[in-house]
Design a protein around this ligand. Structure first.
Ligand code: F0G
Length: 392
């Protein structure tokens, strides 16, 4: 029998004992659908059988993954094309970017191997994720970042998580080279995407998309910097298709900022420049793997100007209510261009990965909205009424 006690908690009489239970409706629902009501505890638990962990592995997680796949409604209508566009909003991971998917596994495996410290070079998001997961695990994080070239929110996060931040007067590529050299001399585990566990963790985003849609999209569009993510998505889709979880694989479309587009130029670039600082990279580490993803999938690389990237970021915010960081919007900017030229034909289903949250880069957001500053009025009912009626 279910009863309510004096503290308004529900109790169930079971084997001559009373046990506390949730509200009876939830309790009964749980009895019926059992496993489905399980608390979500992160992507390693969710895809355990497809990831390199054992029963005894201590999982370092912040509940990452399980991000929304949002169907765009207004933008497809505005461009007048019969194309289904979904965005996988990775900005809703615990530290605000897709890096958390790779970091949960990279840090889990580093701790399992007995490592006391991790290190990465970063344009901002990897450093934030590394710092958070290191704190969670109780180990030290060292991060190398290009001075003055990372978004304010990313710096603030990384400081708050308590990582040792080392700024260099060089770009990401220089930082990456230094990290690889120092890891041979100091007891630190590299957690950039050259660490294979990062790719393993990040491939789960492809699993989630197929699990939700029931098939893989025709085209998967994403921004490319160091090229770990395009590699990881392809690995995920390929694994699911090989195991017949889905019957198709998408064409992988990688978009780079025009001033930082080594895959489009076909050669490494020494001085990459773009307003999208997250992908300001000229020497991608996953060079061969990303070419492989593009070729095997029948996809392509292309570049977008900074103007187009910023326009796509603003469109997503102002027409769909989705606020991503500039680099993330390269996926939609590139896709819209290819839809316009017909390279992505009518009738297609596409997914664009929005890699990071717009809140990470408040300076760019304020710049984008320079013309729409908040109005300041007198604190009276009349003035508020006038401000509303004037703006209808
Ligand atoms: N989008 C965002 C928001 C990123 O932070 C990155 C990479 C990418 C796209 C590109 O992904 O490197 O796998 O091709 N950021 C790294 C960092 C380099 O240090 O945070 P990729």
């Amino acid at each position: 029998m279910i009863a309510q006690n004096s503290q308004k908690c529900f109790q169930l009489a079971k084997n001559h004992k009373t046990v506390k239970i949730p509200h009876p409706k939830i309790y009964i629902l749980k009895l019926f659908i059992g496993k489905k009501m399980k608390r979500y505890t992160g992507l390693i638990e969710n895809y355990r059988s497809r990831l390199p962990v054992s029963e005894t592995t201590r999982i370092i997680s912040l509940g990452e993954g399980n991000t929304p796949l949002i169907e765009l409604h207004n933008i497809p209508r505005m461009i007048g094309k019969d194309i289904k566009i979904y965005v996988k909003f990775e900005g809703l991971n615990p530290t605000g970017s897709f890096k958390d998917r790779g970091m949960t596994l990279a840090v889990t495996k580093a701790v399992e191997a007995g490592s006391q410290a991790i290190i990465c070079a970063s344009t901002g998001n990897t450093s934030a994720a590394a710092a958070a997961y290191a704190v969670r695990a109780g180990i030290q994080a060292f991060v190398l970042i290009p001075e003055g070239k990372i978004a304010l929110g990313k710096l603030a996060q990384t400081l708050m998580y308590g990582a040792k931040i080392i700024q260099i007067n060089g770009n990401f590529d220089r930082g990456m080279a230094l990290v690889k050299e120092v890891a041979d001399l100091a007891p630190v585990t590299i957690v950039n995407s050259i660490n294979p566990f990062r790719i393993e963790g990040q491939k789960t985003a492809a699993f989630e998309i197929v699990d939700e849609l029931g098939f893989a999209p025709d085209f998967h569009c994403l921004p490319v910097g160091n090229a770990g993510n395009i590699t990881a998505y392809w690995k995920g889709y390929d694994e699911y298709a090989t195991d017949r979880v889905c019957g198709n694989r998408p064409a992988m479309c990688g978009y780079q900022a025009a001033g930082a587009a080594p895959f489009v130029e076909g050669a490494m670039i020494d001085n990459p420049e773009t307003i999208a600082t997250a992908i300001r990279i000229g020497h991608p580490q996953s060079w061969d793997l990303a070419w492989n993803a593009q070729k095997q999938s029948g996809g392509w690389f292309d570049k977008c100007s900074d103007e187009k990237i910023l326009a796509a970021q603003k469109m997503l915010s102002q027409f769909e209510g989705v606020f991503c960081e500039p680099a993330s919007a390269a996926s939609l900017a590139g896709a819209l261009n290819d839809i316009h030229t017909g390279k992505i034909p009518d009738g297609s289903t596409i997914v664009c990965t929005l890699t990071g949250n717009g809140i990470k880069d408040p300076e760019i957001a304020m710049m984008q909205c320079a013309d729409s500053k908040p109005v300041t009025i007198e604190a009276s009912l009349d003035a508020v009424k006038k401000a509303i009626l004037d703006n209808f």
